[in-house]
Design a protein around this ligand. Structure first.
Ligand SMILES: O=c1nc[nH]c2c1ncn2[C@H]1C[C@H](O)[C@@H](COP(=O)(O)OP(=O)(O)OP(=O)(O)O)O1
Ligand SMILES: [Mg+2]
Length: 225
């Protein structure tokens, strides 16, 4: 042990100002660039390293998939890598789509196809979590939770630093807002009276599963210095 200093690994490998995030999702990337940019970190992604082959995310949990993505990328590049595996747990669907969120409507499905399938599945079982309609008439179909597992892996030590964040909300049958990505347009935040896709990047970061996970991860990294 004693070598478990991922911050030093980042510094040695890429310079102190850069960090590799093992993702191809531009929505996530924007959020990381925003959050880590405040710490003066330049964010590189898998788009910058096309030589790394597609990573098979076959873990049973978000945490396992985050570790797979971080380790594959970190080992390939020889520098520490941060990975995010995230998704949506929908109460009326027994927690689905969960780790299958990205491929809910099939491998390589677009966000719009996944969202359409989610509404289709929930309406087909007559799901409803409140009789109350929202102001625009949309129905509240089911309670749901976004989950984000983060893993930072250092190939020099083989060690991981991990954190998980969540945010609770409600799936609606109509979209709200044009921001964010993925399932954001269908994710209503009763506590705010707004949809996730209606929030600015700052507002989303302050309440989201990803923001929650990052706020838990960063102090763990600082401890290692
Ligand atoms: O803040 C979010 N707002 C809306 N939707 C979200 C969010 N966070 C995750 N999601 C959805 C998108 C995707 O359907 C799945 C993540 O799948 P996940 O495998 O972790 O990411 P991905 O395949 O898009 O990119 P990559 O694996 O390269 O990081 O959950
Ligand atoms: Mg993925």
């Amino acid at each position: 042990m004693g070598e478990g200093n991922i911050i030093a690994g980042i510094r040695d490998g890429l310079g102190n100002d850069a960090i590799v995030v093992a993702t191809k999702n531009n929505g996530k990337l924007k959020e990381f660039a925003h959050a880590l940019g405040k710490l003066d970190k330049r964010v590189l992604s898998l788009h910058d390293f096309p030589e790394i082959p597609d990573i098979v995310e076959d873990g049973d949990t978000f945490a396992a998939n985050a570790r797979i993505k971080a380790k594959t990328t970190g080992d390939a590049l020889g520098v520490p890598a941060l990975a995010d595996d995230s998704g949506l747990r929908v109460e009326a669907l027994g927690g689905e789509p969960g780790v299958y969120s990205a491929r809910y409507a099939g491998e390589g499905a677009a966000d719009e196809e996944n969202n359409a399938k989610l509404i289709r599945e929930l309406t087909s079982i007559g799901a409803s979590c409140s009789e109350q309609r929202l102001d625009d008439g949309s129905r509240q179909l089911s309670k749901a939770q976004f989950v984000c597992a983060l893993a930072l892996y250092d190939p020099a030590t083989g060690e991981f630093v991990e954190a998980e964040g969540t945010v609770d909300g409600v799936i609606t049958d109509k979209p709200h807002g044009a921001g964010g990505f993925g399932y954001d347009p269908l994710f209503w935040l009763p506590q705010l009276g707004r949809g996730m896709a209606e929030l600015s990047k700052e507002e989303k970061g302050a309440i989201s599963h990803r923001g929650d996970a990052l706020r838990k991860l960063l102090p763990l990294l600082m401890k290692q210095q």
